[in-house]
Structures are given as structure tokens and as C-alpha cells.
Write a protein that binds this ligand. Structure first.
Ligand SMILES: Nc1nc2c(ncn2[C@@H]2O[C@H](COP(=O)(O)OP(=O)(O)OP(=O)(O)O)[C@@H](O)[C@H]2O)c(=O)[nH]1
Ligand SMILES: [Mg+2]
Length: 457
């Protein structure tokens, strides 16, 4: 009885009864419905049903045929954009996205035109997108714009030194080595001024005094009369202080490496992880980000955005989840899926010192359970704009774990670049990387020689 009724319905559907076709679809027989509807493409009232089925089933090429050859009004602008994109009609897709007018669609429209090798038009759309985008998204768009401009020869790619120069600009203005050593008489006033400038750049009074005393001795020893003769010796002295603070990040040629990031709120952990992830994925390493800062949902989302920008994968859970359990899941995944680089973001609430220390140790222990040699790098992220004041924070984290290196961020926003010396000396931890801006490539190894050359140039 039941079977008879069913086939009766199918029969009706095959004759083109709209009701019977809809009923088939409702029962999940979508393929059958599609097969029937394809025979009735000429019937206007049936076309929207077929179109909807195509879209639902992801049959974009067939949907494309339908709107191209029968009725373009079957699809909304959004649907058209998606269809054209999927079938590779990039310019058409871009046009439809542009019609939607919101920043995301404009960005998409621009990117598609770029792919379609229309960089000029792409730029226009991206500039419009940039105006409408929320501030957290702007940088992503700016990066695409810059890449297109580079391609068009409108912008030059910034070199390592240019970025360092930009990053050290403020400190440089504060110390004015160029002016101090510019061919003036060597006298007490000169040394006083130098000492004061060094202290202002946060190099620490002990080091400042040492440098000035050594410089005086040299001036007497060599019977120097003008300051420019002192500059080379000064750079050498400064280097002797800074080279001790220099070390490079552990980066094995092959195998796995796990990096754990610590630091107070706002020091730049998440941004640093994003920048590094970008570098690692560019080198072709399979990279996994771990959202073990579960304190705020915004922190998780921020890491997600960086994962997308850098092309890394991410392990995350809901806000308030146990950070160690997120790490556990990540370690399992790292093992099973053989990730090469794992970057772990943590929360840095200092006002809860004891729980913070416990949490960090728990995370480390979870890592060790899976990979006894790891984490090879436990990196403390410090904000250079607060200079030597960050020493106090650093001590708490040092109490929690054996820190292997420091990353000094926001050097570009600080006149306290000299703080690299007391920070590394007093903590006995080398500086491994410096952050010189908010851009995805604004991170570099701490290279004492270039650092000093830039400051004194
Ligand atoms: N100018 C400049 N800004 C930076 C740099 N590194 C990070 N920032 C900015 O500093 C702010 C804080 O950075 P986050 O990466 O969110 O800091 P966080 O340590 O993850 O902070 P929480 O998640 O709150 O613990 C952001 O606005 C970053 O864009 C840098 O090298 N230079
Ligand atoms: Mg963060």
C-alpha cells in the first residue's frame, strides 16, 4: 500500500506536478527531484525550485547554467557572486560582490579582481573596503593593498634595515648620538649630556656611568680633542654590553618545535605569535596555534584572525575553558597530524599571581607528557614602552617557569630602546626577537650590531 502510494507520487512528479516534486524533496529525494526538474527547465514556476536545489547541493556549475541560459533573476546578488566565484568567472563574481557594498564583500571583490590580473581596479575596491572596515580588520586589507602596490611598483618592499630604522626612530631621537658626537669639543659638559641621554633611553644608570667613564679614559689615553673621534669607540663599547644580550631563536631544521609565550596583558603575545606564524608558514612549516588564553573570547577570536592571516591552523575552545586542556588537545593533534611548529598563547593576569603560576606550570607539564624535550623555547614577551619597569613583571614569570628568551615588542613606539641592556643583564635572559611595528612582518632577530649602527647613524 505504502509503496504503491510512493510510486504514484513519483509518477505525478515525473509528469511535472509541482506539489508532488516538492513532496519528493521534503522526503529527501533530492537527486530524483533534480533529475525530474531538469526535464522541465522551460517551466518558469519550476525553475526556482531547481535553482534552490542546485545551490543547496553545491552544484554551482549547474546553477550557473541556469542563470546564464534561462533566468538571471533566479539568484540574488550574493548567490550570483558565489556562483561566479566557484565557476571561476572572477570578474563577474567581483562585480556582484561589489554590488553588496559592505567592507567584506568589497574586500572579496578587490581580491578577485587582483586574481583576475586587474590590479588597478582591485586597488579601488580595496581602498573602499578599507574605509568601511572595523579597525581590527584594516591591517589585513592594507597588506593586500601593499602587495598590489609592490606589484605595480608603487611601493617598495621594506627591507630588514628599513623596518629596524623605523622601529628605532623614537629612541634615536631621544639619544641624539648623531648630535652629541658631531665634531664638538670634548669636555665635561659633553660627558654629562651623554650620560643623561643614555639614562633617558633606559639603558640603566650603572651601564651609562660605565660607558661614560670608559669613554673619558679613551679620550685621555689618545689625547683626543673632538667628539667625532670618539664615536667608533663608543659603538664598540656599547656593542660589548649588547652582544651579551643577543641570542637566536631555537629553530630546528627538521622535527618539531614548541614555543610557549608568556607575558602580561597587552604586552603583544598574540601579535607576536601571529607574526611568527606568518614567517613559519612562509618557510613551508606546518604550523599550529594554540589558544590557551581562554580568559576572554576576544582573545581567542584575535588568535583566530592571526591564524587566517598567516595560514596556520588553530586549536581553540570556548571562553573559560581550562587552558591546560586546550593544550592537551593541541598536543594530541600535533602528534597525530605531525605539526612542525606549535605556538602557544597564554593569559597573563598578574593580579592573580599564584593561580597564574600554577596554570603556566600545568601547561608546561602537559607539553612534557607528550614531548619530554619540549618546550625548547619559553618566551617572555615584554612591552618596550614601559622600559625597565617591565623587570618587575618579568620576575613573576621567571618564578613560574625557566624562561629561555625575551621578545621585546613595540620598540617602534618607545624611546626606551636602551632598556634591552638592563632587561637582559638583570634577568640573565637573552633577547631573542624585537617587535618593530604592528605589521605582519614587523618582527626581527635582536642583532646588536645593526641595532647600534642604526642608533648611532
Ligand atoms: N607598535 C607596535 N604595536 C605592537 C607591537 N606588538 C604588539 N603591538 C600592539 O599591542 C597591542 C597588544 O597586543 P596583543 O598581541 O593583543 O597583546 P597580548 O599580550 O596578546 O594581550 P592580551 O591578549 O590582552 O594578554 C595590540 O594593539 C598590538 O597591535 C609592536 O611591535 N609594535
Ligand atoms: Mg593576546
Amino acid at each position: 500500500m505504502f509503496f504503491w502510494r510512493k510510486s504514484q507520487e513519483e509518477k505525478k512528479a515525473e509528469e511535472g506536478s509541482k506539489e508532488a516534486i516538492l513532496s519528493l524533496i521534503e522526503k529527501g529525494k533530492k537527486e530524483k527531484a533534480i533529475e525530474i526538474l531538469e526535464r522541465f527547465k522551460d517551466r518558469e514556476e519550476l525553475r526556482p525550485i531547481l535553482f534552490k536545489l542546485y545551490m543547496g547541493e553545491g552544484k554551482y556549475y549547474y546553477a550557473y547554467q541556469l542563470i546564464e541560459h534561462y533566468d538571471p533573476n533566479l539568484a540574488t546578488a550574493k548567490e550570483k557572486a558565489l556562483i561566479y566565484e566557484r565557476v571561476g568567472e572572477l570578474e563577474k563574481a567581483s562585480k556582484e560582490y561589489a554590488k553588496l557594498g559592505d567592507w567584506e564583500s568589497l574586500k572579496k571583490a578587490g581580491s578577485l579582481l587582483w586574481q583576475a590580473k586587474k590590479p588597478q581596479e582591485a586597488l579601488e575596491l580595496l581602498e573602499r573596503s578599507l574605509k568601511l572596515a572595523p579597525s581590527i580588520k584594516r591591517q589585513e586589507i592594507e597588506e593586500i593593498i601593499n602587495k598590489i602596490k609592490e606589484e605595480l611598483g608603487l611601493a617598495q618592499k621594506e627591507s630588514f634595515i628599513q623596518r629596524l630604522k623605523k622601529g628605532l626612530q623614537k629612541t634615536k631621537e631621544a639619544v641624539e648620538f648623531g648630535i652629541i658626537f658631531a665634531n664638538r669639543k670634548i669636555d665635561e659638559e659633553l660627558f654629562e649630556e651623554l650620560e643623561e641621554k643614555l639614562i633617558r633611553a633606559d639603558i640603566g644608570s650603572k651601564t651609562a656611568l660605565y660607558l661614560v667613564e670608559e669613554l673619558k679614559k679613551e679620550a685621555i689615553r689618545r689625547n683626543l680633542k673632538t667628539s667625532d673621534q670618539l664615536l667608533e669607540y663608543f659603538k664598540k663599547l656599547l656593542a660589548s654590553q649588547m652582544v651579551k644580550c643577543e641570542a637566536s631563536l631555537w629553530k630546528p631544521k627538521e622535527g618539531k618545535s614548541i614555543y610557549l609565550f608568556l607575558g602580561v596583558n597587552g604586552s603583544g603575545k598574540t601579535t607576536t605569535i601571529g607574526k611568527l606564524a606568518y614567517g613559519f608558514t612562509k618557510e613551508g612549516k606546518r604550523t599550529l596555534l594554540v589558544a590557551a588564553d581562554t580568559f576572554r573570547s576576544a582573545a581567542i577570536e584575535q588568535l583566530q584572525v592571526w591564524a587566517e592571516r598567516s595560514g596556520a591552523d588553530i586549536v581553540k575552545r570556548h571562553e573559560g575553558a581550562d587552558p591546560a586542556s586546550v593544550v592537551y588537545e593541541a598536543m594530541q593533534r600535533a602528534k597525530e597530524e605531525n605539526y612542525e611548529v606549535i605556538l602557544i598563547d597564554t593569559a597573563g593576569r598578574l593580579h592573580t599571581k599564584e593561580p597564574l603560576i600554577r596554570e603556566l606550570r600545568k601547561i608546561r607539564d602537559v607539553i612534557k607528557k607528550f614531548f619530554p624535550e619540549e618546550p625548547r623555547e619559553i618566551l617572555l614577551v615584554l612591552d618596550a614602552t614601559i622600559g625597565q619597569n617591565s623587570l618587575q613583571q618579568a620576575k613573576v614569570f621567571k618564578e613560574a617557569l625557566d624562561i629561555t628568551g625575551i621578545i621585546l615588542t613595540k620598540l617602534d613606539g618607545s624611546a626606551k630602546g636602551g632598556a634591552v641592556v638592563p632587561i637582559c643583564k638583570e634577568l640573565g635572559i637573552p633577547i631573542k626577537l624585537i617587535g618593530v611595528g604592528e605589521g605582519i612582518e614587523d618582527i626581527q632577530p635582536f642583532d646588536a650590531k645593526s641595532f647600534i649602527e642604526e642608533l648611532a647613524s
